[in-house]
Ligand binder design. Structure first.
Ligand SMILES: Cc1cc2nc3c(=O)[nH]c(=O)nc-3n(C[C@H](O)[C@H](O)[C@H](O)COP(=O)(O)OP(=O)(O)OC[C@H]3O[C@@H](n4cnc5c(N)ncnc54)[C@H](O)[C@@H]3O)c2cc1C
Length: 362
């Protein structure tokens, strides 16, 4: 018997698409198909963002924006629950204490546990105004594999496919990826299509959002199991974060560069990023080398590098696009352009998508 529930297609299998698909399928109100050119099980690939890097939940100065605050709060609550030791997904997360420095005054953050402004005595003047809080670092490789399994176990369908025009799936459903015609057995047209194509939103016809622009960020992975706390600086002239993972590795992400398409890391990155990382977190230098000459210390820290790479993610002039519209009788929802806050908003955005699908259009 055909599934009586509304059929929903989520396009894009990065962190936003996958989270949205899991949320909708778990609600039991929809039958969901997830379509992506690149899937979470693929090797690291420059054609999507969610993969190379890890993500952390950072302090954001969005506390006065009620809507954004709600989205981030809902996401944090969900991720925090997923990271609890008794949760099946706990192994995907590292919970730790983080310090953040900014040049502008920091608003109190109601979302993050143990949030505290650092007193000026604790501020490292050269870094800026500081705060500290508890947060989590997500290991994307493990986390996406977990979400994918969760989605499949709940009866979701995953299809590898590239869409050139959004109308292809609105009109043809997932049948366009199978042999046969639109009149075949699988020709169920969707009630809703959710666009979570990240950077692809700039190029996919029918969406072609020219406000989406690339942000490129390089990252190093170091083997430094003695580091158990994190630190970041968010200033106009410097943006860098260091976060520990539960496998003894530490992620160091460097300055983002806008409108930068270069798809590989620069070999010079380790020479520029490592000294900054050490300045921010002197304990990165192995204990045995801390009193050694500068040259020895540099050698010692370079020997910790496990991998280096870069990612390009989507940022959007004018802010993220999370909205719903009708294309004929099909609900079309856009969920992209969250920039460096995609994970941080993922569950809140998925909830909002569910609200769009269950509430009447006003
Ligand atoms: C170094 C670095 C650090 C970061 N740190 C953080 C952080 O601390 N916190 C945070 O929240 N975020 C962080 N981010 C940002 C975050 O990782 C990305 O923004 C996020 O992964 C984007 O996810 P996405 O699902 O929107 O897009 P993507 O991961 O790019 O996925 C897009 C999906 O759409 C598919 N697709 C695109 N076009 C088509 C098409 N035409 N047809 C079919 N499929 C298509 C792709 O194949 C892919 O499956 C960081 C990013 C980097 C690079």
């Amino acid at each position: 018997m055909a599934d009586p529930r509304p059929f929903v297609i989520v396009v894009g299998a990065g962190v936003l698409g996958l989270t949205t698909a899991v949320r909708l399928q778990k609600s039991s109100r929809f039958q969901v198909a997830l379509v992506g050119e690149v899937l979470p099980s693929d090797p690291i690939n420059i054609r999507w963002t969610t993969g190379l890097t890890n993500s952390i939940f950072v302090h954001s100065n969005h506390q006065e924006d009620q809507w954004m605050h709600r989205v981030e709060q809902e996401s944090f609550d969900h991720l925090w629950a997923m990271s609890e030791p008794q949760s099946d997904s706990a192994y995907c997360f590292t919970c730790y204490q983080h310090q953040e420095y900014r040049s502008l005054p920091i608003q109190p953050n109601r979302t993050l546990p143990l949030f505290a402004s650092l007193s000026s005595a604790q501020d490292t003047q050269s870094l800026g105004i500081g705060c500290s809080f508890q947060t989590l670092c997500v290991d994307y490789e493990k986390y996406l594999a977990f979400l994918l399994q969760d989605f499949l176990m709940d009866g979701g369908q995953v299809i590898r496919g590239s869409i050139r025009h959004i109308d292809q799936v609105i009109e043809g459903g997932t049948a366009i990826f199978h042999e046969g015609t639109r009149h075949g057995r699988e020709s169920r047209t969707p009630s809703a299509v959710i666009v979570c194509t990240g950077f692809g939103s700039r190029f996919m016809a029918g969406v072609e959002d020219r406000d989406v622009c690339p942000v490129r960020r390089e990252a190093l992975v170091l083997k430094a199991p003695w580091i158990t706390t994190g630190v970041s600086v968010e200033r106009a002239d410097m943006s860098i974060w260091i976060a520990p993972r539960n496998d003894g590795q530490v992620i160091v992400a460097g300055n983002p560069t806008f409108n930068d398409w270069f798809p590989k890391h620069h070999t010079s990155t380790r020479t520029t990023l490592l000294p900054l990382a050490v300045e921010l977190c002197p304990d990165l230098v192995p204990l045995i080398a801390r009193d050694a000459s500068q040259e020895r210390r540099n050698e010692s820290i370079r020997s910790l590098i496990v991998s280096e790479g870069c990612d390009i993610f989507d940022s959007r002039a004018g802010g993220p696009r999370l909205e719903s519209t009708l294309r004929g009788s099909t609900r079309l929802v856009f969920n992209y352009g969250h920039g460096a806050y995609a994970l941080q908003r993922s569950w809140g955005c998925a909830l909002q998508v569910e609200r769009y699908l269950t509430e009447p259009i006003r």
